[in-house]
Design a protein around this ligand. Structure first.
Ligand SMILES: [Mg+2]
Length: 252
C-alpha cells in the first residue's frame, strides 16, 4: 500500500531553481568584471564554451564533496583555479573571484517552469522543505529573493552541518526540521548521485525530476519519475486515490 505523504522535501538547484542558467550568467558577469571576457567578444559562443568547461569542472568537484573528499571552502576556490589553469589564464586572486561569482549567483534567481505553481499549490496541503548541498549564504539569499520562503517550513543546507547529500544524516536533520516521519515524506530531486542515492540510503521515498529523460541507473529504488514539475501535482492527487503509482524498481 502506498503511503499518504505529510511532507514534501525538495532539492533546490536544477529542481526548483534553474541553477545552470544562473551559474552561467554569474560566471560570465564575473569574468567581464575582471576583463577576461570583453564586450566585443562573440558572447554567445564564448559563454557556451567557457561555461561548458566550468560545468564539467564544477560537477566533478561536487561529486568529490558528496564523497566527503573535499569541503565547501576547497570547492569554492578549486573550481576557479582549475578553470583558469585549463584556459591558460593566470594572475588571478581566487578568493576575490569566487566572492564576485557568489555575489552574482546569490542575486540571480530563475525558477524552473512549474516550480512556483507547484509550491503554491502544495504549501497549504503539505509541510514543505528544502534540502540542498549549496553554499548557505547564497542559497538563503536566493530563496528570499524568490519570494517563496514562506512556502517552506524547513530549509536545510548541508554546508551548515558538515555533511552533504547523499549522507543519510543530513536527511535525518531535514526530517527533524519538518517534524515528519520518514514513511510520510517524499523527496524530490534531479541528481542521481546526491538526491537519488541519498534518499535510497535514508529510506525516504524519492521522486526523480528527470526532464532529459535520462535512463534510470537501476541501483536505487525510485518511487516516481517525472519530466515536468507539474506532474508532481498529478502524482500527489493520485497518491490520495492510489491509481497508477509508476513505481520503478531496480532490476533483479
Ligand atoms: Mg539539484
Amino acid at each position: 500500500m502506498l503511503p499518504t505523504y505529510r511532507a514534501i522535501l525538495f532539492d533546490l538547484d536544477n529542481t526548483l531553481f534553474d541553477y545552470d542558467s544562473s551559474a552561467q550568467a554569474a560566471l560570465i558577469g564575473a569574468l567581464e568584471e575582471i576583463g577576461r571576457v570583453a564586450d566585443g567578444d562573440d558572447r554567445s559562443a564564448l559563454r557556451a564554451d567557457i561555461y561548458a568547461d566550468y560545468h564539467h569542472i564544477n560537477a566533478e568537484l561536487w561529486k568529490q564533496l558528496e564523497n566527503g573528499e573535499l569541503d565547501l571552502n576547497e570547492l569554492r576556490i578549486h573550481r576557479f583555479q582549475r578553470l583558469f589553469d585549463h584556459r591558460g589564464w593566470s594572475d588571478t586572486d581566487w578568493e576575490t573571484f569566487s566572492r564576485r561569482y557568489l555575489d552574482r549567483l546569490a542575486s540571480d534567481v530563475r525558477m524552473l517552469p512549474g516550480a512556483c505553481r507547484v509550491l503554491t499549490a502544495l504549501h497549504h496541503r503539505y509541510t514543505l522543505g528544502v534540502l540542498t548541498n549549496g553554499i548557505a549564504g547564497v542559497q538563503r539569499e536566493r530563496i528570499r529573493l524568490s519570494g517563496l520562503a514562506g512556502c517552506f517550513t524547513a530549509v536545510v543546507i548541508s554546508g551548515e552541518y558538515g555533511f552533504a547529500k547523499p549522507d543519510p544524516r543530513i536527511f535525518s536533520i531535514a526530517l527533524d526540521h519538518l517534524h515528519s516521519p520518514r514513511s510520510q515524506t517524499l523527496f524530490v530531486g534531479d541528481s542521481v548521485t546526491s538526491d537519488m542515492a541519498g534518499a535510497d540510503r535514508a529510506g525516504i521515498d524519492f521522486c526523480w525530476f528527470n526532464p532529459e529523460n535520462t535512463p534510470h541507473p537501476g541501483m536505487y529504488t525510485t518511487r516516481y519519475c517525472i519530466r515536468r514539475l507539474d506532474d508532481l501535482l498529478d502524482i500527489l492527487a493520485e497518491n490520495q486515490e492510489i491509481r497508477d503509482p509508476q513505481r520503478i524498481t531496480p532490476p533483479s
